[in-house]
Design a protein around this ligand. Sequence first.
Ligand code: FES
Ligand SMILES: [Fe+2]
Length: 459
Amino acid sequence: MVTLSEADIRRACEVPTDPLQFSHRSGTRSALPEMSVAAILDEIARAADLPLEESITLPAQAYTSQEFFDWEVSTIFRKEWLALGHVSQIPQNGDFLNVDLLGEPLLIIRDKSGEVRIHSRVCPHRGMDIMPPGFGHDGHHPAEVREGKSGCGHTRLLLCPYHSWTFELDGKLKACPEMQEAKGFNRDQWGLKTYRCEIWNGFIFVNLDGDAPETVAEQYAGLGRHLEKWNLADMELVFAREWDGPFNWKVLTENFMESYHHAGAHSKTLQPMMPAKDTWTEQEKPHYIRCHLPLKPALRETIAAIEASGERWDVFPPLPGVTSEARYEWGLFLGYPSFKFLVTADMAVWYRTQPLGPDRLKLTTTLLVPKSTVQHPDYEAMLAKGTAQAVAFHLEDMEVCMAVQRGYYSSGYQRGRLSHLEMSIWLIQRYLAARSRGTWPAVDRPVAASQRPDLEGTF
Ligand code: FES
Ligand SMILES: [Fe+2]
C-alpha cells in the first residue's frame, strides 16, 4: 500500500494543519469523554483478564490522555530498563551520543577508561544543558560533532558553555572559574548526575529511577540465549534514521509486534514472504514477548536453490551460525516496555523509541550487521538496498500508525475485537495491567500458553 512517499509522510508528521489530515498533534480535542487514570486502568485490567479468544482493544483514552501518559512515565518508563544506543555508536574513548528521554537531556559517553556511562547534561551550576542543540557552532567547544549525525561526536572534556565549568568524562567537576569565594564549596560534590546504566548484547540501557529489581541480563535471560547466534555485541549499527511520530508509543509498539497487518498494510511487501496466518507468539514471559514470522515454505525452497547455486538471496551475507528454523524466519521481540527488535538471517533491526507525549514520539529506525559484512567488497551496494527496503516497510507502518491515532480522537471509535494473530497486543495489555498491580506478567497470574506449544523452545 505504498501510496505516500517519505516526503509525504514527513510532511504529515511535521505540519499540524496537514492537508492529508493524518496528523493529530498535542492539543487536539478529543470527541470522546475524558476518563480518569483509575477508570482507564480498570478497563485495561478487565481486557487483560479476558481469554485471548475474547480479547478486545483498549479505550481510546489510553492513547490520548495526558494524565494516563504521565502515569505510564512514572510507573513504567522511569522504573524499567530502556535501550538508548548500541556500543558500536561510541567505539572510542571520548565518543558520545546525546539522547533526550522523557524530558531528561542525557549524555551517553565512553570515558577515558573505556567504561560507558550515562550522565545528565544538566549543569550542576545553574541548570544549563551542557550540549544544547547546535552547541559548539562557534568552534569554542572541545567536543567535535560527527558530521551528518545529530548529537553524536567525540570529546576529551565536557564543557558547560554558560560559565565554563568543565567536567571529566566520568562526570566529575574538573574546574570552575571564580568559585573561590563560595563558602564551603567543594568541587568533589558538584559533578554531573549519573544514571544507572547497563550493557546487554551491545545495547546500552538506562534505568532512570535507578531501582529496577533485576539487571537487564536477568530480565532477558531467555532472549539472550537465543540471540547468542547473532553476536549482537560485536555488530555495527550501520544505519539510523529519525522519524517524528504523531502517535502514542503503544500504537507503534502494537504495530511492531503484531503481524496480522501483513495481510493489509504490507500486502505487497511482507505478506508474500511471511503470510500473516503463519505468524505465532510464544508463551507469556514476565519481561518480553517473542513472535515468530516464518518465511512461506515455497520461499524456503527458492532460497535453498539460490544458495545451492552459490548466489545470495538475502540483502547481506547470512550469518553462518543462524541455522535451521531461525534461518527461515524473522524473529520479533519486545523487551518491555519499549525495546523493539528483530533478527533475520543476515541482520538485526532495532527501533529506538523516545515517547514525548500521549500522541507523539521520536523514533529512530536502525540496522545492525556483523563487522565482516561491513568489510565485504559489495557492502555499499548492499547497504543501499537494505536501507531502501527498511524505509519502504516503515513508510507503510508510519501511514497506518498516524491514521490509527486519528481514530482515537473520533466519536466513531469502537472497542474492537482482536484476532488470535494479535496475541502480542493482548500480552501488552496484560503487561500494563501487571505493572499497575506492581508486578510483571506471569508472576501473579497463570502463564498464557504459546500459540505453537510444539515449537516453543525448539529454536
Ligand atoms: S550553568 Fe553551567 S557553568 Fe553555569
Ligand atoms: Fe508493519
